[in-house]
Design a protein. Structure first.
Length: 222
Protein backbone atom coordinates (compact mmCIF):
# COMPACT_ATOMS: atom_id res chain seq x y z
CA UNK A 1 0.00 0.00 0.00
CA UNK A 2 1.49 3.34 -1.09
CA UNK A 3 0.18 6.50 0.56
CA UNK A 4 2.33 8.85 -1.53
CA UNK A 5 5.14 8.48 -4.06
CA UNK A 6 8.71 8.55 -2.85
CA UNK A 7 10.83 11.36 -4.25
CA UNK A 8 14.58 11.78 -4.78
CA UNK A 9 16.11 13.13 -1.60
CA UNK A 10 13.59 11.51 0.77
CA UNK A 11 15.24 10.17 3.93
CA UNK A 12 13.51 6.82 4.44
CA UNK A 13 13.17 4.82 7.65
CA UNK A 14 11.11 1.72 8.34
CA UNK A 15 9.93 -0.53 11.15
CA UNK A 16 9.36 -4.25 10.66
CA UNK A 17 7.11 -6.17 13.05
CA UNK A 18 5.38 -9.53 13.23
CA UNK A 19 1.77 -8.50 12.78
CA UNK A 20 0.06 -11.83 13.33
CA UNK A 21 0.53 -15.56 13.71
CA UNK A 22 -2.37 -17.79 12.69
CA UNK A 23 -3.75 -20.74 14.56
CA UNK A 24 -2.20 -24.06 13.70
CA UNK A 25 -3.09 -25.01 10.12
CA UNK A 26 -2.81 -28.27 8.21
CA UNK A 27 -1.93 -27.96 4.53
CA UNK A 28 -0.78 -30.35 1.81
CA UNK A 29 2.78 -29.23 2.53
CA UNK A 30 2.52 -29.92 6.23
CA UNK A 31 1.27 -28.54 9.55
CA UNK A 32 2.32 -25.10 10.70
CA UNK A 33 1.48 -21.43 11.08
CA UNK A 34 0.94 -18.50 8.74
CA UNK A 35 3.17 -15.65 9.92
CA UNK A 36 2.39 -12.14 8.67
CA UNK A 37 5.05 -9.43 8.90
CA UNK A 38 4.42 -5.74 8.32
CA UNK A 39 6.91 -3.09 7.30
CA UNK A 40 5.92 0.57 7.75
CA UNK A 41 7.94 2.95 5.57
CA UNK A 42 8.27 6.53 6.82
CA UNK A 43 9.58 9.85 5.57
CA UNK A 44 10.06 12.56 8.18
CA UNK A 45 8.15 10.50 10.72
CA UNK A 46 5.07 10.14 8.48
CA UNK A 47 4.00 6.79 7.05
CA UNK A 48 4.23 6.75 3.25
CA UNK A 49 3.75 3.04 2.61
CA UNK A 50 3.03 -0.32 4.19
CA UNK A 51 4.23 -3.72 3.03
CA UNK A 52 2.84 -7.02 4.29
CA UNK A 53 4.39 -10.41 3.69
CA UNK A 54 2.90 -13.76 4.71
CA UNK A 55 4.81 -17.01 4.92
CA UNK A 56 3.87 -20.52 6.03
CA UNK A 57 6.28 -21.96 8.60
CA UNK A 58 5.58 -25.67 8.68
CA UNK A 59 6.81 -29.16 9.45
CA UNK A 60 6.83 -31.15 6.19
CA UNK A 61 4.10 -33.73 5.90
CA UNK A 62 5.18 -37.37 5.93
CA UNK A 63 4.24 -38.98 2.66
CA UNK A 64 2.92 -42.49 3.02
CA UNK A 65 4.16 -45.05 0.59
CA UNK A 66 1.51 -47.32 -0.85
CA UNK A 67 1.95 -50.98 0.03
CA UNK A 68 3.06 -53.18 -2.89
CA UNK A 69 0.37 -55.38 -4.37
CA UNK A 70 0.71 -59.14 -4.29
CA UNK A 71 -0.37 -59.78 -7.87
CA UNK A 72 2.86 -60.92 -9.57
CA UNK A 73 2.24 -59.80 -13.15
CA UNK A 74 0.74 -56.46 -12.17
CA UNK A 75 3.51 -55.77 -9.67
CA UNK A 76 6.22 -56.59 -12.20
CA UNK A 77 4.53 -54.42 -14.81
CA UNK A 78 4.37 -51.42 -12.47
CA UNK A 79 7.99 -51.94 -11.44
CA UNK A 80 9.05 -51.98 -15.07
CA UNK A 81 7.16 -48.76 -15.76
CA UNK A 82 8.73 -47.10 -12.70
CA UNK A 83 12.19 -48.20 -13.82
CA UNK A 84 11.65 -46.52 -17.17
CA UNK A 85 10.97 -43.12 -15.61
CA UNK A 86 14.13 -41.03 -16.08
CA UNK A 87 15.62 -39.32 -13.02
CA UNK A 88 14.61 -35.67 -12.58
CA UNK A 89 16.89 -33.07 -14.17
CA UNK A 90 18.33 -29.99 -12.53
CA UNK A 91 16.40 -26.80 -13.34
CA UNK A 92 17.72 -25.07 -16.43
CA UNK A 93 19.33 -21.63 -15.97
CA UNK A 94 17.40 -18.66 -17.34
CA UNK A 95 19.32 -17.46 -20.40
CA UNK A 96 18.41 -14.06 -21.86
CA UNK A 97 20.04 -11.39 -24.01
CA UNK A 98 21.76 -9.88 -20.97
CA UNK A 99 23.54 -13.05 -19.80
CA UNK A 100 23.77 -15.21 -22.94
CA UNK A 101 27.47 -14.36 -23.30
CA UNK A 102 28.17 -15.74 -19.84
CA UNK A 103 26.64 -19.12 -20.69
CA UNK A 104 28.43 -19.19 -24.04
CA UNK A 105 31.64 -18.80 -22.03
CA UNK A 106 30.65 -21.67 -19.73
CA UNK A 107 30.16 -23.89 -22.79
CA UNK A 108 33.84 -23.15 -23.63
CA UNK A 109 34.94 -23.70 -20.00
CA UNK A 110 35.50 -19.98 -19.50
CA UNK A 111 34.18 -17.93 -16.60
CA UNK A 112 33.64 -14.50 -18.12
CA UNK A 113 33.29 -11.29 -16.11
CA UNK A 114 31.91 -8.08 -17.58
CA UNK A 115 34.18 -5.02 -17.67
CA UNK A 116 32.78 -1.52 -18.20
CA UNK A 117 34.21 0.33 -21.21
CA UNK A 118 33.62 3.64 -19.44
CA UNK A 119 35.24 3.22 -16.03
CA UNK A 120 36.78 -0.25 -16.20
CA UNK A 121 34.71 -1.59 -13.28
CA UNK A 122 34.29 -5.37 -13.24
CA UNK A 123 30.81 -6.63 -12.52
CA UNK A 124 29.08 -9.91 -11.79
CA UNK A 125 26.38 -11.08 -12.30
CA UNK A 126 26.00 -9.77 -15.83
CA UNK A 127 24.01 -6.55 -16.25
CA UNK A 128 22.95 -4.50 -19.31
CA UNK A 129 24.86 -1.45 -18.02
CA UNK A 130 27.46 -0.39 -15.47
CA UNK A 131 26.09 0.14 -11.97
CA UNK A 132 29.05 2.40 -11.17
CA UNK A 133 28.94 4.94 -14.02
CA UNK A 134 25.91 3.93 -16.10
CA UNK A 135 27.86 3.24 -19.28
CA UNK A 136 26.06 0.69 -21.50
CA UNK A 137 29.23 -0.48 -23.30
CA UNK A 138 31.36 -3.33 -22.01
CA UNK A 139 33.71 -6.16 -22.85
CA UNK A 140 34.74 -9.25 -20.88
CA UNK A 141 37.72 -10.64 -19.03
CA UNK A 142 38.21 -14.30 -18.21
CA UNK A 143 38.46 -15.16 -14.53
CA UNK A 144 41.64 -16.97 -13.52
CA UNK A 145 39.63 -19.41 -11.40
CA UNK A 146 41.09 -18.67 -7.97
CA UNK A 147 38.79 -17.61 -5.17
CA UNK A 148 37.81 -17.89 -1.52
CA UNK A 149 34.58 -18.63 0.32
CA UNK A 150 33.24 -15.22 1.35
CA UNK A 151 30.11 -16.72 2.94
CA UNK A 152 28.07 -19.92 2.63
CA UNK A 153 24.95 -21.81 3.66
CA UNK A 154 24.30 -25.54 3.95
CA UNK A 155 21.04 -26.61 2.34
CA UNK A 156 19.19 -29.30 4.30
CA UNK A 157 15.55 -28.75 3.37
CA UNK A 158 13.37 -28.81 1.41
CA UNK A 159 14.63 -31.65 -0.80
CA UNK A 160 14.05 -30.69 -4.44
CA UNK A 161 14.10 -33.25 -7.25
CA UNK A 162 17.60 -33.71 -8.72
CA UNK A 163 19.23 -32.26 -5.59
CA UNK A 164 20.69 -34.37 -2.80
CA UNK A 165 20.89 -32.41 0.48
CA UNK A 166 22.78 -31.57 2.54
CA UNK A 167 25.10 -29.58 0.28
CA UNK A 168 27.03 -26.32 0.54
CA UNK A 169 26.20 -23.21 -1.47
CA UNK A 170 28.93 -20.59 -1.31
CA UNK A 171 29.28 -16.90 -2.07
CA UNK A 172 32.67 -17.05 -3.76
CA UNK A 173 34.93 -14.01 -3.94
CA UNK A 174 37.04 -14.34 -7.07
CA UNK A 175 40.63 -13.11 -7.23
CA UNK A 176 39.38 -10.41 -9.62
CA UNK A 177 37.25 -8.92 -6.82
CA UNK A 178 33.71 -9.86 -7.88
CA UNK A 179 31.54 -12.43 -6.11
CA UNK A 180 29.31 -15.19 -7.44
CA UNK A 181 27.11 -17.92 -5.98
CA UNK A 182 27.95 -21.54 -6.72
CA UNK A 183 28.31 -24.95 -5.12
CA UNK A 184 31.39 -25.78 -3.04
CA UNK A 185 32.54 -29.31 -3.84
CA UNK A 186 35.41 -31.61 -2.93
CA UNK A 187 34.87 -31.31 0.83
CA UNK A 188 32.06 -32.45 3.18
CA UNK A 189 29.41 -29.79 3.63
CA UNK A 190 30.18 -29.46 7.35
CA UNK A 191 33.84 -28.65 6.65
CA UNK A 192 33.22 -25.62 4.46
CA UNK A 193 34.57 -22.48 6.13
CA UNK A 194 34.69 -18.75 5.41
CA UNK A 195 38.06 -17.90 3.90
CA UNK A 196 38.55 -21.39 2.45
CA UNK A 197 40.49 -21.24 -0.85
CA UNK A 198 38.66 -22.72 -3.84
CA UNK A 199 39.38 -23.34 -7.50
CA UNK A 200 36.99 -23.12 -10.43
CA UNK A 201 36.01 -26.24 -12.32
CA UNK A 202 33.12 -27.20 -14.57
CA UNK A 203 30.74 -29.97 -13.55
CA UNK A 204 28.73 -31.98 -16.08
CA UNK A 205 25.36 -32.18 -14.31
CA UNK A 206 23.60 -34.12 -17.06
CA UNK A 207 23.93 -34.67 -20.80
CA UNK A 208 22.73 -31.12 -21.51
CA UNK A 209 23.87 -29.01 -18.55
CA UNK A 210 27.33 -28.02 -17.36
CA UNK A 211 27.82 -25.59 -14.49
CA UNK A 212 30.75 -23.72 -12.91
CA UNK A 213 31.45 -24.96 -9.38
CA UNK A 214 34.29 -24.38 -6.92
CA UNK A 215 36.43 -27.14 -5.48
CA UNK A 216 38.03 -26.69 -2.07
CA UNK A 217 41.81 -26.37 -2.23
CA UNK A 218 44.01 -27.72 0.53
CA UNK A 219 46.37 -25.14 1.99
CA UNK A 220 50.05 -25.93 1.53
CA UNK A 221 51.57 -27.24 4.69
CA UNK A 222 48.11 -27.87 6.17
Amino acid sequence: EYLRPLRPGDAITFDAVIESVSERKTTKLGTGYFVTTRMDVRVGGRTVGTHRFRILKYVPAVRRRSAPKAEGAAAVSKTAVAAEVPPPKRPRPVVNRDNAGFWEGVSRHQLLIQRCDGCGTLRFPWLPGCNACGCPDWDTVEAGGEGTVYSYVVMHHPPFPAFDPPYAVGLIELAEGVRMISNVVGVPHDRVRIGMPVRLEFEQVDEELELPVFRAVERSGG
